[in-house]
Design a protein around this ligand. Structure first.
Ligand code: BG6
Length: 503
C-alpha cells in the first residue's frame, strides 16, 4: 500500500481474467487497468488474457471492453492509451467442465508469454460467479499453471463472497489451499481499496494522540454504519439467497471494525497487519442463538421513495420470492473479548433502500463526568464523537463542546472537520487501482487472509442460524427512503444510547 503517485512500475507479468465478458470486468477491472495505464503504472512487458467460456474472438472481446471502458470510465478516455491497453488483450477459451480446454490454455499461455517476455509471472483474476472459484482453481492447479517455478510468481485473485457461511468458507479455503499457498491467494474486499478505509490505520497509528485514549477507559461505544439508498434492483436472485447480513457484514463492515479495533501491528507489513486484524475478529464474542436474537434487528423494505426514485416492495422485486423473509436491513450489537474493548459495545447497521448513502465509523467517547457548568446539564452536552466518514464525504470529524460567545457560560456542540478534497487532489478512481497494482507487485497487506475470513463468518454464524430458524418471526419492515426499522433504535435505547444523527 503505497501512495499511487509515488509508485513505480510493476515488473513484467500477464494478467489473466476469467469472466472477461462479465459485469465486474467491464465495470471495474478494465477501467482500473486503464487508469493504471494512464498513470504509467502498468508493467512495460505486459499482456491481458481474457478467458471466456463461449468462444469470443479477440476483436469482439477488445470491442466489448472498449465499449465498457467508455461506459464506466472515471476520467476522460485518451484514445492512444486505450489503444495501447487493448493491444495487450488476447482471447482464450477455457471451461472448467472441459479439462482439455485448460491443457490447451496452458500451452497457449506459455507461447504468448514467451512472445511478450513476461517472464512467466501470472496473475489469475477470477471475475466469475463464486461457484466457479474452486473448479477454475482446480484446473489451474492440475495443469501446473499456478505453480511458482524458476523465480516466476503465480497469483490467484478472488472477490467476495468467500463462502456463504462458516462451513462453506472453510471448504473454499481448504480447496484453494490444496492448490495454492496462502501467499499466492489475494482475496479482494473492495472496501480496502477506499482511501478513507486505508486511512483508519494511518489515523490511529501515525498519530500519537489517539492511541492512549483508544480503549475502554475512554470510549463508550463504536457505531459502524453502511447505509445505501439503492434497492435490490436487478440483483433479486442473488440478493434473496444472500440478505444484508451475508452481503455486507462479515466482509465490508468487519473490515471497518477490524481496522478500528485491531491492536497496533509491530510493523507496517502484510503479515503483522493481517495477523492483528484476524486476531481482533477472532476476539468477537460468539453469541448463542438466543443472544443473537436479542442483540440484533433485521428488516425488509416496503415500497417508498428514496432520493426521488420509487422503490417497489422488496417482495415484489424481480426474482425475489413473494413470501421472502430475507433481510434487507441488519443491525447487530457485538462485543470484543479483549483488554482493550471489554465492555465496549460495537453497534453495526447496514441496509438497502434507506434515506441516504452513508458509510462511517463513529467512535463515541465517554461523557464529561459531571456538570461543572451551571447552565448546561451533563446530559445536554453535545456528544463527543470522532467520525471517520467514508461516504458521502470522505473525511474525519471531531464533535466537541464549546462556549457560546456572550457574557454567560452557555455551551453548544461544534464540529472540527477535515475533508480529503480540501487538502488533496486525486483523480477519481474505481477503487480497484491500488488493489490490482498491489497484486502485481505482490503486496498483500490489503487482502484478506483465510483465518480472518473464517473469523468473520464465525462471528455472524449465530445470527444467520437464529434468523433462519425464526423465519418471519421478528422480521421488521421499513419504508423505502426511511432510516430503517424503528426497532433498530431500541437496540441502543435499552443501553441508554442512540444512533448518531445525520448532520
Ligand atoms: C457489494 C454488495 O459488495 O458492496 C452490494 O454486494 C453493495 O450489495 C456494495 O451495494 C456496496 O459497496 P459501496 O462501495 O457502494 O459501499
Amino acid at each position: 500500500m503505497i501512495e499511487l503517485s509515488k509508485k513505480r512500475k510493476p515488473g513484467p507479468c500477464s494478467f489473466v481474467v476469467f469472466g472477461v465478458t462479465g459485469d465486474l470486468t467491464h465495470r471495474l477491472v478494465i477501467p482500473a487497468l486503464y487508469n493504471l495505464a494512464a498513470s504509467d503504472l502498468l508493467p512495460e512487458k505486459f499482456c491481458v488474457v481474457g478467458v471466456a467460456r463461449k468462444g469470443t474472438s479477440g476483436d469482439e472481446l477488445r470491442e466489448g471492453l472498449l465499449k465498457g471502458l467508455h461506459q464506466y470510465k472515471t476520467r476522460p478516455v485518451d484514445d492512444a492509451i486505450a489503444k495501447r491497453l487493448l493491444e495487450c488483450v488476447t482471447s482464450i477459451e477455457a471451461d472448467p467442465s472441459d479439462p482439455a480446454s485448460f491443457d490447451a490454455m496452458a500451452a497457449r499461455l506459455e507461447r504468448l508469454e514467451t512472445n511478450r517476455s513476461t517472464g512467466g509471472n501470472r496473475l489469475f483474476y477470477l471475475a466469475t460467479p463464486p461457484g466457479a472459484f474452486a473448479p477454475i482453481a482446480k484446473q489451474l492447479g492440475r495443469t501446473g499453471m499456478l505453480k511458482e517455478k524458476d523465480g516466476a510468481w503465480r497469483r490467484l485473485v478472488i472477490e467476495k463472497p468467500f463462502g456463504t457461511d462458516l462451513a462453506s468458507a472453510k471448504t473454499l479455503n481448504d480447496e484453494l489451499l490444496k492448490i495454492a499457498d496462502e501467499h499466492q491467494i489475494y482475496r479482494i474486499d473492495h472496501y480496502l481499496g477506499k482511501e478513507t478505509v486505508q486511512n483508519i490505520l494511518v489515523l490511529r497509528f501515525a498519530n500519537g494522540m489517539f492511541e492512549p485514549i483508544w480503549n475502554r477507559n475512554h470510549i463508550d461505544h463504536v457505531q459502524i454504519t453502511v447505509d445505501e439508498k439503492i434497492g435490490v434492483g436487478h440483483r433479486g436472485s442473488f440478493y434473496d439467497s444472500t440478505g444484508a447480513l451475508r452481503d455486507m457484514v462479515p466482509n465490508h463492515l468487519f473490515q471497518l471494525l477490524s481496522l478500528a479495533a485491531m491492536e497496533p501491528p509491530a510493523k507496517f507489513e502484510a503479515h503483522a497487519v493481517r495477523s492483528a486484524k484476524a486476531e481482533v475478529l477472532a476476539a468477537i464474542q460468539t453469541q448463542s442463538e438466543a443472544e443473537a436474537l436479542q442483540n440484533s434487528v433485521r428488516g425488509q423494505y416496503q415500497a417508498g421513495e428514496a432520493a426521488g426514485v420509487e422503490i417497489p416492495d422488496y417482495r415484489r422485486t424481480q426474482d425475489v420470492k413473494p413470501g421472502s423473509t430475507t433481510e434487507t436491513y441488519a443491525a447487530l450489537k457485538l462485543t470484543i473479548d479483549n483488554w482493550r474493548w471489554a465492555g465496549v459495545p460495537f453497534y453495526l447497521r447496514t441496509g438497502k433502500a434507506l434515506g441516504a448513502k452513508r458509510t462511517e465509523v463513529a467512535i463515541k467517547f465517554k461523557q464529561a463526568p459531571f456538570a461543572m457548568f451551571r447552565n448546561t446539564q451533563v446530559d445536554r452536552l453535545s456528544q463527543n464523537y470522532l467520525v471517520i466518514a467514508v461516504e458521502p464525504t470522505e473525511g474525519i470529524t471531531l464533535q466537541f463542546n464549546t462556549k457560546v460567545p456572550g457574557p454567560t457560560i452557555d455551551i453548544d456542540g461544534v464540529e472540527m472537520k477535515f475533508r480529503y478534497k480540501d487538502y488533496f487532489r486525486a483523480e477519481p478512481t474505481t477503487g480497484y487501482e491500488t488493489l490490482i497494482y498491489d497484486c502485481m507487485i505482490g503486496d498483500n497487506i490489503l487482502f484478506q487472509r483465510a483465518d480472518s475470513v473464517e473469523a468473520g463468518w464465525q462471528a455472524v454464524q449465530p445470527f444467520l442460524d437464529a434468523w433462519k430458524k425464526a423465519g418471519a418471526n421478528g422480521l421488521e419492515t421499513y419504508k423505502a427512503g426511511s432510516e430503517g426499522p424503528r426497532c433498530a433504535d431500541e437496540l441502543l435505547k435499552r443501553d441508554g444510547r442512540s444512533w448518531r444523527k445525520f448532520s
